[in-house]
Design a protein around this ligand. Sequence first.
Ligand SMILES: CC(C)(COP(=O)(O)OP(=O)(O)OC[C@H]1O[C@@H](n2cnc3c(N)ncnc32)[C@H](O)[C@@H]1OP(=O)(O)O)[C@@H](O)C(=O)NCCC(=O)NCCS
Length: 167
Amino acid sequence: MRRPRAADVDAVLAYRSRPDVAQYLSAGTWTREHTTSELSLYATARFEGPGDELVLVVELLETAEVVGEVGLVWLQNDSAEIGYVFNPRFGGRGLATEAVGTLLAAARNDWGFVQVIAKTDAANESSRALCERLRMTLVATALTTDGRGVEELTYAVPASANRTSDR
Ligand SMILES: CC(C)(COP(=O)(O)OP(=O)(O)OC[C@H]1O[C@@H](n2cnc3c(N)ncnc32)[C@H](O)[C@@H]1OP(=O)(O)O)[C@@H](O)C(=O)NCCC(=O)NCCS
């Protein structure tokens, strides 16, 4: 996992422009122009305090192909929200689980976040399955406030969980 760079635009656009990938994302589908500007923003965005967001692209070790991205938003009170978007072309191999699990462990063990949550549409079964594979537990259900008004689930690694057992 690494910071995005301008040369990632084709690989990221390949999945961010797909309606099936965007169907549960409030950001919708991305254009090339928007993808370029997001990559430029996250190439150097600071991650130092509440409100900051870290986005990393995930590449295959063998080929260096970009397969998706993971993100961490710094919330208040030692908590963070994790996010993930992957290219379906590389789905079903456990790559997202590995990347999100690694970021989750880093969030807790390296950055010291006490609680890490993930929010997902209730209808997003593959995202729910990912959270459950990582032993996150369902802690809340609410309607989204992003204008879509759909049911959204919040998963969390409980603050009491053993930090070094997340991986
Ligand atoms: C959510 C998302 C990342 C999940 O992708 P995914 O391909 O299901 O996840 P993984 O890459 O971890 O692959 C898991 C699959 O690989 C299988 N797998 C194979 N080897 C595996 C391994 N070593 N470890 C874990 N899973 C493995 C799992 O059994 C699972 O298969 P299944 O779906 O048939 O049960 C993807 O659907 C996505 O990007 N969606 C669009 C964006 C989105 O909705 N993001 C979430 C917003 S909240």
